[in-house]
Design a protein around this ligand. Structure first.
Ligand SMILES: NC(=O)c1ccc[n+]([C@@H]2O[C@H](COP(=O)([O-])OP(=O)(O)OC[C@H]3O[C@@H](n4cnc5c(N)ncnc54)[C@H](OP(=O)(O)O)[C@@H]3O)[C@@H](O)[C@H]2O)c1
Length: 266
C-alpha cells in the first residue's frame, strides 16, 4: 500500500517519552517506525495505528550493534524517504555511588546512550543526505537531558552520556546546516516515565513520579522545537527551564552538590 504521508522513526518509541514523541508525530500526520526492547512495542504500534497512520514496530536490543542495525534495516527496507528521526532510546544507572554501581550495567548504558546513538545517526544522516531535499523535510531529534548541563552524582556515568548526546547534536547540526537537514537536542527535566525506576533510583527523590514533568508535554515541546528547527529545547515546566538557566551561572561543584542531594539514595 502506498502512502503520501511523511515517515518518522523513533528509537525507544514503545513507551515513555519516546511513545509520546511517536504519538505527536502520528497526530501530525506521520507514519512512524518505532523500536523497543520488549513485546510492548507491538501493542504500542496497535495503539498508534488507531490515529490513522501506518506504524512499523521493531523489537531489538539497542545495546548491541545487531539490534541497532536491525532497526535501521527494517526502516530502510520500507524503501521510503525518511523525514524525521528521533534518536530517543536511553537508559540510566543510578541509586548508588560509582564505587558501588555495576560496571556491566554502565558499559551497557554507554552502548545504548552513546554508541547506539552514533550508529543510528550515521545511518540516518547518510540516508537523508542521499535522498536530498526533494522528498520533504529532513529533521533529526536527539534526546539528551537536563543532566547534560550538570555533574550527576549517584548516577555518575548517566549525565556524561547525555552531555555526549547534546554536544554531538550541536556538532552535526552545524555540519548539516547548509544541506537543510536540521538537528535539535531535547533536554527533558525529570519526567514521569519508568526511567528512574529502571535506573535503580526508586529509593531516591526521583523514585516518585508525582512531582515530575508530564511526558506528553515534554514530547510536545520536543516536536515543536524539531519543526521550528531550534538547536535545542529544555523539556518541561518553567522550573525545569529555570534550572538550566541557573546551571549556566553555577560552578560545577555547586551543581554537583545540588544534584547529589536530589539523587542520593535514602
Ligand atoms: N524520564 C526522565 O526523567 C528523563 C529525563 C531526561 C532525559 N530522559 C531521556 O529520555 C529518553 C527516554 O527515556 P524515558 O523516560 O522515556 O524512559 P523509559 O520510560 O524507560 O522508556 C525507554 C524506552 O526505551 C526502550 N528501551 C530501553 N532499553 C532498551 C534496549 N536495550 N533496547 C531497545 N529499546 C530499549 C524501552 O522499550 P520497552 O518499552 O520495551 O521497555 C522504551 O521504549 C532517554 O534517552 C532518557 O535518557 C529521560
Amino acid at each position: 500500500m502506498s502512502t503520501t504521508r511523511p515517515l518518522a522513526l523513533v528509537s525507544g518509541g514503545s513507551s515513555g517519552i519516546g511513545y509520546e514523541l511517536a504519538r505527536e508525530l502520528a497526530e501530525r500526520g506521520h507514519d512512524v517506525a518505532i523500536s523497543g526492547q520488549s513485546d510492548r512495542v507491538h501493542a504500542s504500534a496497535t495503539e498508534l495505528g488507531k490515529l490513522g497512520v501506518d506504524v512499523y514496530p521493531f523489537r531489538a536490543d539497542a545495546a548491541t550493534y545487531d539490534g541497532v542495525e536491525g532497526f535501521w534495516r527494517s526502516v530502510a527496507g520500507l524503501g521510503r524517504p525518511i523525514n524525521v528521526a528521533c534518536l530517543n532510546v536511553g537508559v540510566g544507572v543510578g541509586g548508588a555511588s560509582f564505587l558501588e554501581t555495576d560496571l556491566d550495567a554502565e558499559l551497557r548504558m554507554i552502548a545504548i546512550n552513546c554508541t547506539g546513538t552514533v550508529h543510528l545517526a550515521k545511518r540516518v544522516v547518510r540516508a537523508m543526505h542521499e535522498q536530498g531535499p526533494d522528498h520533504g523535510e529532513r529533521r533529526i531529534l536527539v534526546v539528551s537531558s537536563v543532566s547534560a548541563t550538570t555533574p550527576t552524582p549517584y548516577e555518575p556515568v548517566y549525565g556524561p552520556t547525555k552531555a555526549f548526546g547534546f554536544s554531538f547534536a550541536e556538532s552535526i547540526r552545524e555540519e548539516l546546516r547548509a544541506e537543510g537537514i536540521t538537528v535539535t537536542a531535547l533536554l527533558p527535566g525529570a519526567t514521569d516515565s519508568a526511567f528512574h525506576h529502571n535506573a535503580g533510583m526508586g529509593d531516591t527523590r526521583f523514585g516518585d513520579n508525582s512531582w515530575k514533568n508530564d511526558r506528553t508535554e515534554v514530547a510536545r515541546q520536543g516536536i515543536d522545537a524539531l519543526f521550528a528547527g531550534d538547536d535545542h529545547v529544555v523539556g518541561g515546566d518553567e522550573a525545569t527551564k529555570q534550572q538550566v538557566v541557573d546551571h549556566r551561572s553555577m560552578s560545577e561543584p555547586e551543581k554537583a552538590a545540588r544534584q547529589g542531594a536530589m539523587a542520593r539514595p535514602s
